[in-house]
Design a protein around this ligand. Structure first.
Ligand SMILES: O=P(O)(O)OC[C@H]1O[C@H](O)[C@H](O)[C@@H](O)[C@@H]1O
Length: 430
């Protein structure tokens, strides 16, 4: 995997992030690296996530999923960091086992998924770090009932991933369900390389050891200079641009297999860095499709966006048949991959011509190893950005406010946040 910052330097006269800016920032990156290393050495909350390439035991995960014979599907019941990492992997990789995610409580979507599955051959993985998230527990109760109604022993087809305490742990104990522990010190959005993110991939037959190897390769690149570490370079550039008003970051992979990666990145970036009036708003785009919808804004709209373009250099290709239609001859004999690459290069050039900064991230291939590299690099980029911005990367008090308000409204406790919902001003136009 490599990260190319050339198009940031090329447009430096517009936004001010030049090579000299990065050289000046490098001392602060060295200090951030030192802080990160100290945190990793003591497995401090959050920093422990960056040790997962070696602290995760893939054999433990394989053992937990190995007892389910010939599953047709896995349904992961979880939300946020308890679903997006796993979904990023299984959506990027092909498997005969279907992977589904109940990460919302939209009743129509839940009912429709459960109706469509052969529940007798479906495995359920309920994932909640806290074990108390209302959406996850509610969905699990609905899944249990659907399995009961279908005459399926749900306890036989379910395994749980959770912490030592919480409602989900109680439920697992009560029904003697197999439990994979979530590692200490790893917030949900940094948990893709742990039991939380890897179980669904293992059940789908993916090489989770290779995911960890790819991550370890990026871990080995961490050093006290951004010029030696792709991940630090990306985090530092994003920070420097955000400081200069580039407060949005459009993640734009040119691979449909990476569409869910953009969702995962959005949680990582938003929940970790959106604090104290700071942060960089993650946007989600897909190349080449969104060239035809969002690119107009990215090129000619407010100068507040970095565009991050991601692609794999090695992939399957489909040739475009020859045609004798006038004007289309240029397509014949080339391939869809070549067309996609041409679109990628054209988008980069178009942004540069307009002075809009963009970064190119290239993987060799969208496979387990490449995904491990990409995910670990983005996590580290996020952590170094958080250090440079002096925000508390590993907490999410704003999200928890909403969780308490929702529970209060449902009568799940006496939370003062729920009163704020009742007291809200309204302006209804009917
Ligand atoms: O894993 P859980 O405890 O159920 O949490 C699931 C999600 O809940 C909240 O929304 C947090 O802000 C997320 O960071 C977390 O990933």
């Amino acid at each position: 995997m490599q990260i190319d910052l050339g198009n940031v330097l090329d447009t430096a006269s517009v936004h001010g992030v030049s090579r000299e800016t990065l050289e000046r920032l490098d001392d602060r990156v060295a200090a951030a690296h030192d802080r990160i290393e100290r945190g990793r050495e003591t497995d401090e909350h959050g920093y422990a996530s960056l040790n997962l390439p070696s602290s995760t035991d893939p054999a433990e995960i394989r053992e937990a999923v190995g007892g389910f014979e010939n599953p047709s599907a896995i349904v992961t019941v979880g939300i946020g960091g308890s679903a997006l990492g796993a979904a990023t992997l299984t959506d990027a990789l092909d498997s005969d086992v279907e992977a589904h995610y109940l990460d919302n409580v939209d009743p129509e979507a839940v009912a429709s998924l459960l109706d469509s599955l052969d529940l007798g051959s479906t495995v359920v993985n309920v994932v909640s770090r806290s074990g108390t998230t209302a959406e996850t527990l509610a969905n699990f109760l609905v899944v249990q009932e659907a399995m009961d109604d279908a005459g399926v022993d749900w306890a036989d087809r379910t395994f749980v991933t959770t912490g030592e305490e919480g409602n989900l742990r109680d439920l697992a104990n009560q029904h003697d369900l197999p439990v994979l522990p979530v590692p200490d010190g790893v917030p949900g959005r940094f948990s893709v390389l742990s039991t939380v993110g890897l179980a669904a991939a293992a059940l789908c037959g993916h090489d989770i050891e290779a995911v960890l190897e790819g991550a370890a390769a990026q871990e080995a690149r961490l050093s006290d200079s951004l010029f030696d570490s792709p991940a630090y370079a990306y985090g530092a550039v994003c920070f420097a641009l955000a400081e200069r008003g580039y407060t949005a970051n459009a993640m734009m992979p040119y691979a449909e297999s990476l569409e869910t990666f953009s969702e995962w990145f959005a949680q990582l970036w938003a929940e970790s860095l959106g604090k104290d009036g700071l942060g960089q708003t993650p946007l989600r785009a897909l190349g080449a499709t969104d060239q035809h919808s969002q690119l107009q804004l990215y090129r000619a709209g407010p100068r507040d966006k970095l565009v991050t373009l991601v692609r794999a250099t090695d992939r399957e290709d489909v040739s475009i048949p020859e045609t004798d239609l006038d004007g289309l001859a240029y397509l014949g004999g080339s391939s869809l991959g070549e067309l996609l690459d041409a679109e990628f290069e054209a988008t980069e050039a178009s942004l540069v011509a307009a002075g809009q900064p963009n970064v190119r991230i290239e993987l060799d291939e969208v496979n387990e190893y490449g995904l491990g590299e990409l995910l670990y690099a983005m996590e580290t980029a996020c952590v170094v950005y958080g250090e440079l911005a002096s925000v508390e990367t590993f907490v999410q008090p704003a999200v928890e406010w909403g969780k308490r308000a929702a529970r209060g409204l449902l009568g799940g406790g006496d939370f003062e946040e729920a009163d704020a919902v009742a007291d809200k001003e309204r302006l209804i136009i009917d």
